[in-house]
Design a protein around this ligand. Structure first.
Ligand code: 3PG
Length: 399
């Protein structure tokens, strides 16, 4: 079933529950450390306000018990600045205060309701029907005419604010959601050959991507980097030294080495491994070819080296589609930033380039690399799409 978008919605004078994902890194004093996710929703929100909608924004911040679990006051203030109009904030999600704030809205006005996860049921997974009967949904439905989901980054969750409203109200995809589904839902339609650059430290997630894109015939080549590459190198019997091997074991990724070995047997050279790695030696970056391994005592592979970037660059430069998922090394440390920065910069030269995954997008922003065709707002959600999984919050919009 096609999903209805804002093109199908008569906005003027209607009160809309608009779920966005502005879950952001916070500073120590609770301010916003990065407003990228807020910026992403400006198109949807300004379109709805310009078209005379009355917008009740629903969003979460952090996880219960976590140190980023805070209210949405700073988010509302920043959204107001980005939209160029005052955005009200009410520290209630569905109580009488919250409902009154929604009912008071005039055409073209917005209110940000409090962090949906301050309400315990919001952090549970439900079927759409059950979610539609939770207090959060049940109390807000009477003051809303329709629901817009623009929170692609949370669409892999089946929490009340994501799947409950469309069970009770007409549901529409916002512009962020629409674009993410268009791009990530149509990888088959992108130019060939297709190269996936898969790295980062979340090895089981990344391994699932490698497995899925090769099995579904989406990837011509997979270029491995980061801890993912270390796991493949260990599977090949490369002696990366104790520090790298210990890290893999400590993370509980022992089984992933067997999985990598199986994938190498099945897909052979379609999975490429680094030719060199960078370690820290005497406080500096030091690159070692595989033939020069193992590294010294305590030295861990923290990045791919220049020879790897050059070899991988030949695969991706100027040709087909490249899909980036996961950084190539510990890019937050300047000593080990080169691999990620150089490889990602090369990726912009491909005919078509997609960035998927939260850490990957963070690296792009850190290095100020521009020129990608699509930078996904999603972490787990982008990963789910890359592995071919359905997103509950999207499926309910189809229904
Ligand atoms: C994210 O940051 O990936 C989304 O906001 C979802 O957050 P969650 O992983 O805490 O559900």
């Amino acid at each position: 079933m096609p999903i209805q978008t804002l093109d199908d919605l008569a906005v003027q004078g209607t009160t809309l529950g608009v779920r966005i994902d502005i879950n952001s890194p916070l500073t120590d004093d609770g301010g916003l450390a990065d407003d990228a996710r807020l910026r992403a929703h400006v198109d949807t929100l300004s379109e709805l306000l310009e078209r005379g909608g009355r917008v009740a924004v629903l969003a979460h911040q952090g996880r219960p018990g976590g140190d980023q679990f805070e209210g949405l006051g700073p988010h509302a203030e920043r959204l107001g600045e980005l939209l160029g109009a005052p955005v009200e904030y009410v520290d209630a999600t569905f109580s009488a205060d919250a409902r009154r704030a929604v009912e008071r809205l005039d055409d073209g006005q917005a209110v940000v309701l409090e962090n949906t996860r301050f309400y315990s049921e919001e952090y549970m997974e439900f079927s759409p029907e059950r979610a539609g009967a939770t207090q959060l949904v049940d109390r807000l439905v009477p003051v809303l005419d329709a629901y817009v989901n623009d929170a692609f980054a949370a669409a892999h969750r089946s929490q009340p604010s994501l799947v409950g409203f469309p069970a009770r109200l007409p549901g529409y995809a916002g512009r962020v959601m629409e674009r993410e589904l268009d791009v990530l839902g149509d990888i088959e339609g992108t130019p060939e050959p297709r190269t996936y650059v898969v790295g980062g430290a979340k090895v089981p997630d990344s391994m699932a991507v490698v497995e899925s894109v090769l099995e579904r015939g989406l990837a011509d080549t997979v270029l491995t980097t980061g801890v993912v590459a270390n796991v493949f190198l260990l599977a090949e019997g490369v002696d990366l030294g104790d520090a790298s091997a210990d890290f893999v074991y400590e993370q509980g990724y022992w089984d992933e080495i067997d999985r990598a070995a199986d994938l190498l047997v099945e897909y052979g050279e379609r999975i490429r491994l680094p030719e060199d790695v960078a370690v820290e030696r005497d406080g500096d970056r030091h690159e070692l070819a595989l033939a020069d391994l193992p590294p010294g005592d305590g030295e861990a592979a923290m990045d791919v080296g220049g020879a790897t970037v050059a070899a991988y660059g030949e695969v991706i430069s100027g040709r087909g589609t490249v899909i980036l998922n996961g950084p190539a090394g510990v890019f937050e440390d300047d000593t080990f930033a080169d691999g990620t920065r150089d490889l990602f910069t090369t990726a912009t030269e491909a005919e078509y380039s997609i960035v998927g995954g939260g850490d990957t997008a963070a690296a792009i922003r850190r290095f100020g690399i521009e020129g990608f065709d699509h930078v996904s707002t999603g972490g787990g959600a982008a990963l789910a799409m890359l592995t071919g999984d359905d997103l509950p919050a999207v499926e309910v919009l189809r229904d």
